[in-house]
Ligand binder design. Structure first.
Ligand SMILES: [Zn+2]
Length: 386
């Protein structure tokens, strides 16, 4: 494989909008600044903007960028970008924010200073149809978009304080500056990013490890943040990967870090967004599997791979993977490209089946899941998102 080296950040510059300590003190001691409470999802967006995970964004999107993202899958300047990053507010709050010009965004703690430029309205159903390619309210992303408040407020942000997350969940978060430094120090020229929102099955492990045959390193980067009911809880996913990497991965060729952002289930458009974030974190390649970031049957299984054809300028290479599974005749984990046997020989573990087994105290087979991972799940009182 040709060594490409760690890529430039998306748009050319790694955004850093974290305030220095003297500005921070001045702002925190100013009681006159308007304080606006924001959701955990928005707080994650703020952190990702400030650290450059969303480079080149420096704040919440304006109208011009929004319409370009919706219509062309690109920012107004033409740079690839598929997911709107919006701060919603009700009308009176939006007016107060605009009048105040400088606003403190507050989550559990004060997290950012926002330099408000303006506010605008936009048809939320139009946003939903463009991003999720459906107006069906049973799609979690559509439902969330339609539930947004009526106005969007835009402007740059400066991070004042780090988000105080749930106990232990932030310990593996890396900023692009940190992850890039590690990749350079280890001399990696090709790094493959792996997105996940799931507990690792043996099939995931074999898929991930197969890239180590051709590339320098693997960047395992589970998504931590709001997920749908029935998904595994964040702390379970982190602990499961901790024991897996510790016991089964070559340490000098694997980097594990968490990415804190909500799962949007936007299928192909989210696949591009996921790739851009990993590019900013330093990956040269990004694994796109079957039905990447999909939900239910809203997207064609290969739509998330097809969309990359529209983005030859993305600056990170997608690596397309088929589904991996255990085949009783092959006697091991194989992919659909490797195995000639009928589907009846496959041993598979759907999310629904796994939940049922765990709720009934039954251990999944070691052919499908590492015992250490099973232990992590079994030792947790309630491993699923309610
Ligand atoms: Zn087979």
């Amino acid at each position: 494989m040709v060594s490409k080296g760690i890529p430039e950040p998306h748009g050319g510059n790694l955004i850093n909008r974290v305030l220095d300590s003297s500005s921070r003190e001045r702002i925190l001691n100013d009681d006159d600044i308007l304080r606006i409470h924001i959701s955990d999802d928005l707080a994650s967006d703020v952190g990702n903007i400030a650290d450059g995970i969303f480079s080149p964004l420096e704040g919440f999107m304006n109208y011009d960028d929004l319409i370009h993202v919706l219509r062309e899958g690109r920012l107004a300047n033409g740079l690839a970008w598929t997911i709107p990053i919006l701060l919603d507010a009700d009308y009176s709050t939006a007016v107060r924010m605009k009048d105040a010009r400088e606003v403190l965004l507050v989550s559990n703690n004060v997290i950012a200073l926002m330099h408000v430029e303006d506010h605008f309205r936009y048809d939320k159903m139009d946003i939903a149809r463009s991003v999720y390619q459906t107006g069906d309210t049973s799609h979690p992303g559509v439902a969330k978009t339609l539930a947004m408040k009526d106005m969007f407020v835009h402007g740059k942000i400066d991070l004042v304080s780090r988000i105080v997350g749930k106990e232990g969940l932030m310990r593996y978060r890396l900023t692009p500056e940190e992850s890039r430094k590690i990749m350079v120090e280890r001399g990696w020229k090709s790094v493959v990013g792996f997105q996940t929102r799931n507990i690792p099955h043996l099939a995931h492990e074999m898929l991930q490890k197969s890239v180590l045959n051709f590339f320098d390193a693997l960047f395992i980067n589970p998504l931590i943040g709001r997920k749908k009911s029935g998904d595994f809880k964040d702390e379970v996913i982190i602990k499961a990967y901790e024991v897996l990497v510790d016991n089964y991965y070559p340490k000098d060729r694997v980097l594990f870090a968490t990415l804190h952002t909500e799962m949007r289930y936007a299928g192909p458009k989210e696949a591009i967004h996921h790739a851009i974030m990993r590019k900013n974190l330093g990956c040269t390649h990004f694994i796109v599997g079957r039905d990447h970031a999909g939900v239910g049957s809203f997207y064609h299984p290969f739509a998330a791979q097809e969309i990359f054809k529209d983005y030859p300028d993305l600056g990170i290479e997608p690596v397309f993977f088929p589904v991996f599974f255990y085949c009783k005749r092959c006697m091991g984990i194989v992919s659909e490209r490797m195995c000639p046997h009928p589907i009846d020989y496959r041993l598979e573990l759907s999310g629904t089946r796994l939940r049922k087994m765990i709720n009934e105290g039954e251990r999944p087979s070691e052919l499908l899941m590492r015992p250490e991972v099973v232990d992590v799940i079994m030792q947790h009182n309630d491993p699923f998102v309610p």
